[in-house]
Design a protein around this ligand. Sequence first.
Ligand SMILES: C[S@@+](CC[C@H](N)C(=O)[O-])C[C@H]1O[C@@H](n2cnc3c(N)ncnc32)[C@H](O)[C@@H]1O
Length: 220
Amino acid sequence: MQDESDQQKQWDKTYASANDFFGTDPSELAVSALPAFKDNKVRNILELGCGQGRDTWFFAKNGFEMTALDYSEAGICQMKEKAKGQGAKVSLKVHDARDPLPFPDDSFDAIYSHMFFTMEFTEEEVAKMLAECQRVLRPGGINIYSVRNDHDPHYGKFIAKGKDMWQNPMGFVVHFFTEEMIRRLAKGYELMWIKEFEDRSPPFVKKLYEVALRKPSEAL
Ligand SMILES: C[S@@+](CC[C@H](N)C(=O)[O-])C[C@H]1O[C@@H](n2cnc3c(N)ncnc32)[C@H](O)[C@@H]1O
């Protein structure tokens, strides 16, 4: 089990003081991933780092069976309150994704995360989490994620925290990914696409890569 980090406390504090920190609309990534999930006949999705759930509710309302986790207890508690009476199929868990995922092999048709792998994780930690994602994805399942990139306005600004990582004035440590790093991290998956896009949710415009990976039907 991981110890509670400063970043975890920071997210808890942020969500406790703002009900919809990133707004209530689904993210650009969720809107873009929806047709890909439909085309791939996805029924159930595991979401990592769901925060306060703007994308979780969007997918649930579109008929997907959602399992969503975050290490922020404040975010998950708020989501549990919202879930009451909605009738949506959403299972919520407080879980640190650096620990093994509490699901059997081949459990999910898809994994989704927006601005999660771009948190204070080293490349090694991300590689480990992507391998764990691969374990719980069914063969042929897809993993769509987004990360802030090296064209983002905050790249290289504020307090240096490690390779391509800076802590912004709000206190969040962000890891900015290059395209080369994404290609390295795709090891063991089929890389379906890398696309650049902007996230316009508050409090400022961010530049990201959307990445889609497929777990091969047979080991690569
Ligand atoms: C930038 S926010 C994005 C939230 C949400 N995906 C959205 O776009 O509204 C990153 C989220 O990752 C969560 N997070 C960071 N590190 C985590 C970890 N090790 N395990 C689980 N969640 C984590 C944070 O609590 C936060 O909710």
